[in-house]
Ligand binder design. Structure first.
Ligand code: PLP
Ligand code: TYF
Length: 395
């Protein structure tokens, strides 16, 4: 019965890591996967996480099942982070949040929920978007379309094109928007452009699904979350997936959440009951450790401050690497303008390198995505010169 099953395609990004791991060159550099590395090229274990874990170790607790929707202290802390502590949707009990298996798990619960209650809608994702968005919504049963987003000529957003695409979407369409730090391009909307997007979503009767995997990596925790609050103020249905994989450097613990905003507390209770049904039939209830760590950090003032400082440290280091990359490339590859890298935000940059050039970099054991996406957060003071020299050579 399994004899005719074909080999599935590899994940293009995680496949790069496989190739990187197999490379025996000690000088190899992985700019492929979206993971934050510190200046020593290591994935950090944040101090706030280490300290929260020792607090938890001092109070060993039995591992019973968590509630289906997750740890109460966790989803409450997530709501305050995502919507703002003084948000009316929290006070009015119109926001519901379920703990999820990372941002991916949150998207999947949201996708299954929408397929059940908006089965005729199509999903629209940015062109380009995170590789997994399309596959994930398709596997939930949706037809997935692209909306215009990136303009290779400016290395920024084709905003007129995006707005036209939003206005052409049928009523009830589900539009997936990157709340901040767009993956893969690094090109974000301005505050004014967000206002126009919100208007178009409202006027078109679209269902916005904000994916926030990088809160705190752009301009700050509050600044990056501002778009969520603006959507809330505008009213209407809203889904938000968020992830702590990057902001807590807790990739393997799978900590994220899905939040849904309802029009009343009574509607919220019904939505929560349906989300719980989806969770129950998928994995029953989420794991404890990551949720406890994040809840402990977010609800302990001292650890919370430490987290905010450590997150700011990651954000600032990425910005420094952008500056360095632009400055060094201007020296080594004069005549090629990389100033746009400074305008891009978050972990990634669409560098403009072609597939052939990415292939040539790989011959030097420098790994990037075929689309030219590089993870700026994988650059450091020790490897940047080698990267710059190699890019200058392939240009
Ligand atoms: N959404 C976007 C835009 C991402 O870049 C990522 C990357 O990791 C995710 C969701 C998934 O997050 P997680 O690793 O927490 O599942
Ligand atoms: O875009 C990235 O590199 C990160 C990590 O299937 C990632 O979001 C990549 C692919 C994938 C899961 C995570």
């Amino acid at each position: 019965i399994f004899g005719a099953i074909a080999m599935a395609p590899r994940d293009p990004i995680l496949g790069i890591t496989e190739a990187f791991n197999a490379d025996t060159n000690p000088g190899k550099i992985n700019l492929g996967v979206g993971v934050y590395y510190d200046d020593n090229g290591k994935v950090p274990l944040l101090d706030c996480v280490r300290r929260a874990e020792s607090v938890l170790m001092e109070q060993p607790a039995p591992r019973t099942y968590l509630p289906i929707e997750g740890l109460g202290a966790y989803y409450k802390a997530v709501q305050e982070l995502v919507f703002g502590a003084d948000s009316p949707v929290i006070q009015e009990k119109r926001a519901i949040t379920v703990q999820a298996l990372g941002g991916t798990g949150a998207l999947k619960i949201g996708a299954d929920f929408l397929k059940r209650f908006a089965p005729g809608s199509d999903v629209y994702i940015s062109d380009p978007s995170w590789e997994n968005h399309r596959a994930l919504f398709e596997s939930a049963g949706f037809t997935v379309n692209n909306y215009t987003y990136y303009d290779p000529a400016t290395h920024g957003v084709d905003f007129d094109g995006m707005l036209a695409a939003l206005r052409a979407m049928p009523e009830g369409a589900i539009v997936v928007l990157h709340a901040c730090c767009h993956n893969p391009t690094g090109a974000d909307l301005t505050a004014d452009q967000w206002g126009q997007v919100i208007d178009a979503v409202q006027e078109g009767g679209l269902i916005p699904f904000l994916d926030m995997a990088y809160q705190g990596f752009g301009s700050g925790i509050l600044e990056d979350g501002a778009v969520v609050r603006r959507f809330v103020e505008a009213g209407g249905p809203l889904l938000v997936s968020n992830s702590f994989s990057k902001s807590f450097s807790l990739y393997g613990e799978r900590v994220g959440a899905l939040s849904v905003v309802a029009s009343s507390s009574e509607e919220a209770a019904r939505l929560l009951s349906q989300l719980k049904r989806i969770v129950r039939t998928n994995y029953s209830n989420p794991p404890t450790h990551g949720g406890k760590v994040v809840a402990t950090v977010l609800s302990t003032p001292e650890l919370r401050q430490l987290w905010e400082d450590e997150l700011a440290g990651m954000r600032v280091r990425i910005k420094q690497m952008r500056e360095e990359l632009v400055r060094k490339l201007a020296e080594k590859a004069p005549g090629k303008d990389f100033a746009f890298v400074r305008q891009q935000v978050g972990m990634f940059s669409y560098s403009g390198l072609t597939k052939e050039q990415v292939g040539q970099l790989r011959d030097e054991s420098i790994y990037a995505v075929d689309t030219g996406r590089i993870c700026v957060a994988a650059l450091n003071s020790k490897n940047i010169d080698r990267v710059v020299d190699a890019i200058a050579k392939v240009l």
